[in-house]
Design a protein around this ligand. Structure first.
Ligand SMILES: NC(=O)c1ccc[n+]([C@@H]2O[C@H](COP(=O)([O-])OP(=O)(O)OC[C@H]3O[C@@H](n4cnc5c(N)ncnc54)[C@H](O)[C@@H]3O)[C@@H](O)[C@H]2O)c1
Length: 459
């Protein structure tokens, strides 16, 4: 689901935010040539712990900004993929990565002790939820414990993984102090949430401001010097807790917006209206409205997971947040709505799901990425299969996938529309040719924006 191209709307505070951002821009000038800042010296060395969708573009962006980049990941397979330039990465980052590897500025290792050599350590390991939607803190705790055990005097440690409020102090500042490394004195600690938008060329890291909250003011300044190499603007907050809460608020806001967009789309359906037309029209209001488009559900490593970190933390203290709980429930149930509509579209022609041939168009959780994590397509495929449908999928970015139950599926490389009883549009991959879908007898468009099949129904 894509956000509308609307301006930042923080009501009366817009100007204040802008001036604070600008104020910090002066000592952190913009990149001169896309490769790095031209008027200041390169950072000596930075270690990145966790080279996934966030860590790898971060490492690539440091090329030209940093004399030595130490990329640490526990997965040999991931490192091999990176070394072979086969990781899922936007073109500008891929070129930067290629250069960094060729010039030897980026070293890849599974050895956590390699972080000792770095002046700054950036931690970006996964923070998923488990099957019960409880935070799975294993990677985060493991990575922080290792970094703490290796930390040395003078080092800067910046946590960037999305997490509950208090993590930086609990897993970094206090354990470091127990080793005699006191934040703001002989070591520096900060939290700076990631805002990378994988697969979206409209939101470049350099143009996306970063929020930074250090354990002390000195820590904040030290972290801004490093994070300021990745972006043209940083926004400083008073503490790691405030920075952690900022990220949770951003993604909870988006989760609630998406749940609302889906519910509003259902209301439009009942009223015989096109939700995209109405959303675009509402988006012309220059303040107080930030629209998102409805879709088949919400996927990825962030929106379906992060608000649960907040809910979990509140529940631990005996508190609840009913609106967020409801939004997350609604997000989880959205694929069921798609299946229900699939059954209705078939039933309108006297057919049942059982025995029907169904193809799902696009299975990654959003356009332009190979990321299947939490993709609603997985729940839709599994649910339709359970209902007796014969389900296939086509996605040029996902050659094969494994369903939660273990079943392996391969993409249909050259689908022919007439072969299917129903096509369900889940994700439009950029540049893919969907003209064949015009020949499908029935098309259910869960994106509301698929124009290759004029006869389509929407969710
Ligand atoms: N993917 C996004 O779009 C996005 C955007 C903003 C923020 N975030 C947040 O950034 C964090 C990282 O997300 P991601 O999508 O990059 O995850 P990812 O799963 O793509 O990558 C994480 C990498 O960390 C490695 N790893 C795990 N434990 C490790 C350890 N102890 N030491 C070293 N490496 C380890 C894994 O092997 C993996 O390669 C998460 O908190 C996520 O919520 C993600």
């Amino acid at each position: 689901m894509a956000e509308l191209g609307l301006s930042l709307a923080i009501n009366g505070r817009e100007r204040q935010l802008h001036s604070k951002l600008t104020a910090f821009r002066a000592p952190v000038p913009a990149a001169g040539n896309g490769k790095g800042h031209t008027d200041r010296s390169a950072l000596p060395s930075v270690a990145i712990v966790g080279l996934g969708y966030v860590g790898l573009p971060t490492a690539a962006a440091l090329h030209g900004e940093c004399e030595r980049i130490i990329g640490i990941d526990i997965s040999e397979q991931r490192l091999a993929e990176i070394a072979a330039l086969e990781a899922d990465l936007g073109e500008p980052d891929r070129l930067r990565l290629k250069e960094a590897l060729a010039e030897g500025t980026l070293e890849l290792t599974t050895d956590p002790a390699a972080a000792i050599a770095a002046d700054a350590v950036i931690i970006c390991v996964p923070t998923p939820v488990d099957a019960k939607q409880m935070p799975d803190l294993a990677a985060l705790r493991g990575a922080c414990a290792t970094v703490v055990s290796q930390a040395r005097i003078g080092q800067l440690i910046v946590l960037t993984s999305t997490t509950y409020v208090g993590t930086t102090n609990e897993l970094l500042t206090r354990p470091l102090a127990r080793r005699g490394l006191v934040a703001g004195t002989n070591v520096h600690v900060a939290f700076s949430p990631e805002r990378i938008d994988p697969g979206n060329p409209d939101h470049l890291q350099r143009e996306t401001p970063r929020v930074i909250g250090g354990a002390t003011a000195v820590c904040t300044t030290m972290a801004a010097e490093v994070i300021g190499r990745l972006t043209d603007a940083v926004y400083l907050v008073s503490s790691p807790d405030a920075a952690e809460a900022t990220k949770l608020y951003e993604n909870t806001f988006r989760a609630v917006s998406l749940a609302l967009a889906n519910e509003f789309a259902d209301a439009c359906g009942a009223l015989g209206l096109d939700p995209i037309e109405v959303t675009l029209a509402a988006g012309t209001k220059p303040y107080g409205f930030l629209g998102v488009f409805p879709g088949p559900g919400v996927g990825g490593h962030c929106i379906p997971c992060d608000p649960h970190y907040l809910l979990w933390q509140l529940a631990r203290d005996g508190r609840r947040s009913p609106l967020i709980e409801q939004a997350m429930r609604s997000i989880t149930l959205r694929p069921e709505r798609v299946m229900q509509r699939a059954a209705e579209v078939l039933a309108a022609d006297g057919r049942a799901l059982a025995g029907s041939r169904v193809i799902v168009i696009g299975v990654s959780y959003k356009a332009g990425v190979r990321d299947l994590r939490e993709s609603p397509a997985l729940a839709i495929i599994a649910g339709l299969t359970q209902a007796g449908a014969d389900v296939s999928y086509c996605d040029p970015l996902i050659p094969a996938l494994r369903l939660p139950g273990g079943r392996l599926m391969e993409t249909v490389a050259a689908p022919r529309g007439a072969e299917w009883d129903l096509a369900i549009v889940h994700t439009h991959q950029p540049g893919a040719d969907y003209s064949w879908a015009g020949d499908c007898p029935r098309v259910l468009d869960a994106t509301y924006q698929f124009d290759a099949a004029p006869h389509r129904a929407v969710v």
